[in-house]
Design a protein around this ligand. Structure first.
Ligand code: ADP
Ligand code: ADP
Ligand code: MG
Ligand code: MG
Length: 592
């Protein structure tokens, strides 16, 4: 498969980004003398969804706060910050002037779903889901929305008792039920599984309903409600590229240097916007902002050839390991969850993806693989246990495990990242290949001197992935490695995992991943979960990717195609020609 090479036109000067830190043009806001600067602003378009795409720390939330009227832009003037008259004069003649004018005259109501790592929960602590939804409902939509987002069983729950995924769904619901002209969703897919991501996308898209799909084929009378809703602005920040693609009509990219400055590009169509970002090049501005394009598909053979000479002798590939059919029942506070596992096998140099909804037992299966369940421990119900992994061949196999909820444990470490690495993975850190294939691409150098307890979610995730890969093991277990990572880091992390575990170590990895682009880039085979989440589920035997992804997407009633430019998976619009053709042919995911 030909991955798109960066398209340099010979003779044409391509600016490699190396902007001076004192870039002064088009300055929208600066937090302080040596603090972050935002250049430009995205221009939202009425009746459409605008997606913001950029790495962590590049100014996406800052831009939303300015457009929400929460942050008054100072145009870079710290000593003598401009008033609104000056700000309006600055934007004179642009779409943004109209936007700010309406905002200032209180003609634009704003509903803003913030990132969940803010003090969102703290502000609502002690309040219940149901009472909050009823109180915020301005569109008579709370019940319908709560049903769609699967919140009805949580109405009596206090907000601080919600899990990450439940909190996210609540936050989305609490935003869409407001009557507003501008809706903002800052990182709405975090903690959601693939199915919930698709539902959330539909709910958000329904705010602009500009798909023009009329089932009856008749023109609808346009009511006031329709007219108003078409003029809504929706702005989303999203790192899951499949979700961003499906959700947005237009894209603005942000590039620059994380924590130092961010530049907002002009608006582009959704396909070109995302492809430009991946390519690291904005054609309209002739701006290359990343030396390399991001290609998420690592062809095993190609990377292996590249490394064969470096790593010297090929490693002994682990033989096939079989596991028997098993069942496991977990019981807590009277509620019971049963997981059935079909017999299967794995071998060296392959990645097995675990695909399933939240609550269907993916983490439970990993715990079993890790041997964390002692057959004697009181948690398991012996009658349901036909077997336990730790009693079988796996007991003798070394396992390295990055847990889903690794953070609390890791944050207890009272030292720097460097000290943590010295304690846990010292020998491998001296290994030239580990530095080249893992530490460098995950940008660990930048974190070395920082205290572990102060790291952001995405930084800590990269540390946890590094620790997992740094342990010598035959089986690597990675539970949701993309959580907290930005779109760029997700692609890099996928590559790092493949290169280290598959090409270099030639071992097995099991990966749980809800970011579809990442899951499809990682997996060689997949285990698909079926059943009723939280009650009783089955982990099916590992299947090839074509069959496995197909089964999974069939359950979700979704089809994917691939972008011809870079092969990234793209969701087909429901009932589009492609969607119907692929469903008829039983090809929910096209592999080319
Ligand atoms: P993103 O949403 O793209 O991850 P943000 O807009 O949240 O990025 O932040 C961009 C940069 O601005 C970060 O380096 C952040 O630390 C900094 N920043 C955000 N808010 C403030 C603030 N109130 N004061 C100073 N710096 C801030
Ligand atoms: P996933 O990782 O697929 O989201 P998990 O394996 O974490 O799912 O959990 C599967 C189900 O088992 C969930 O409904 C969860 O609430 C339940 N569960 C997890 N641990 C226990 C336990 N110790 N006792 C009872 N139920 C549990
Ligand atoms: Mg942000
Ligand atoms: Mg889990």
């Amino acid at each position: 498969a030909c991955l798109n090479r960066a398209k340099h036109c010979p003779g044409e000067a391509v600016r490699i980004i190396n902007l001076p830190a004192n870039l002064e043009t088009n300055l929208t806001h600066r937090y302080g003398p040596n603090a972050f600067k935002l250049h430009g602003l995205p221009t939202p378009r009425p009746g459409t969804v605008l997606g913001l795409l950029g790495i962590n720390g590049i100014g996406k939330s800052t831009a939303l706060n300015v457009l929400a009227g929460r942050l008054k832009p100072n145009l870079g003037k710290l000593k003598d910050p401009p008033g609104w008259t000056d700000i309006m004069a600055y934007y004179r003649g642009s779409e943004l002037q109209k936007y700010f004018k309406c905002l200032l005259e209180d003609q634009l109501g704003v509903a803003h779903k913030v990132q969940l790592d803010t003090d969102f929960v703290k502000q609502l602590a002690g309040k219940k889901v149901g009472e909050l939804l009823r109180a915020r409902d301005q569109r008579g939509a709370w019940e319908h929305t709560a049903k769609t987002l699967d919140l009805m069983h949580l109405l009596d729950r206090e907000v601080q008792a919600l899990s990450g995924g439940e909190l996210q769904r609540f936050a989305i619901a609490a935003t869409v039920i407001r009557e507003a002209d501008v809706y903002m969703f800052d990182e709405a897919s975090s903690f959601l599984d693939v199915k919930q991501r698709m539902t959330a996308t539909d709910v958000i898209r329904s705010l602009v309903n500009n798909d023009g799909a009329d089932e009856t084929g008749e023109r609808k009378e346009e009511s006031d409600e329709d007219r108003r809703s078409r003029a809504r602005y929706v702005i989303v920040v999203e790192h899951d590229l499949a979700v961003l693609d499906y959700m947005s009509d237009y894209i603005c990219c942000l590039y620059g240097e994380a924590g130092a400055y961010g530049v907002v590009t002009k608006i582009a169509g959704v396909r070109n916007g995302i492809n430009n970002f991946l390519a690291g090049y904005i054609p309209a501005e002739n701006m290359r902002f990343r030396a390399e394009e991001l290609s998420f598909h690592v062809s095993g053979a190609e990377a292996h050839d590249q490394l064969a000479s470096e790593s010297g002798m090929g490693k002994a590939v682990m033989g096939q390991v079989s596991y028997p059919g098993m069942s496991k029942t977990l019981e807590k506070d009277g509620s019971k969850f049963t997981l059935h596992i079909e017999p299967g096998f794995f071998k060296g140099a392959e990645i097995i993806g675990l695909l399933g909804e939240n609550g269907c037992g993916k983490t439970t299966f990993m715990e079993m693989l890790a041997g964390a369940f002692d057959p004697k421990d009181g948690e398991s119900s012996p009658s349901a246990d036909k077997g336990n992994v730790s009693e079988h061949s796996l007991a003798s196999i070394g396992v390295s495990y990055k847990r889903q909820h690794y953070a609390p444990r890791l944050r207890k470490f009272q030292g720097t990242v460097q000290e943590l690495f010295e304690k846990c993975i010292q020998s491998v850190c001296a290994d030239r290949l580990f530095r080249l294939l893992v530490l460098k691409p995950l940008n660990m150098e930048a974190l070395e001197k920082l205290y572990v307890k102060n790291l952001s979610g995405g930084e800590l995730q990269r540390v946890a992935i590094t620790l997992c890969l740094g342990q010598p093991a035959s089986v690597y277990l990675l539970d949701e490695p993309s959580a907290g990572l930005d779109c760029e880091q997700r692609i890099i992390a996928s590559k790092v995992i493949r290169r280290w575990v598959i090409n270099h170590m030639q071992k097995t990895a099991f990966v749980i991943e809800h970011d579809f682009v990442m899951a499809s880039a990682l997996a060689d085979r997949v285990i698909v979960y079926t059943g009723q989440p939280g009650v009783e589920c089955t982990a099916n035997a590992p299947k090839g990717v074509v069959e496995g992804f197909n089964d999974f997407l069939k359950m979700l009633d979704v089809t994917f195609r691939r972008d011809p430019a870079n092969f990234r998976p793209r969701v087909n619009k429901k009932n589009s020609t492609k969607d119907r053709e692929q469903k008829a042919a039983g090809q929910h995911f096209v592999f080319d």
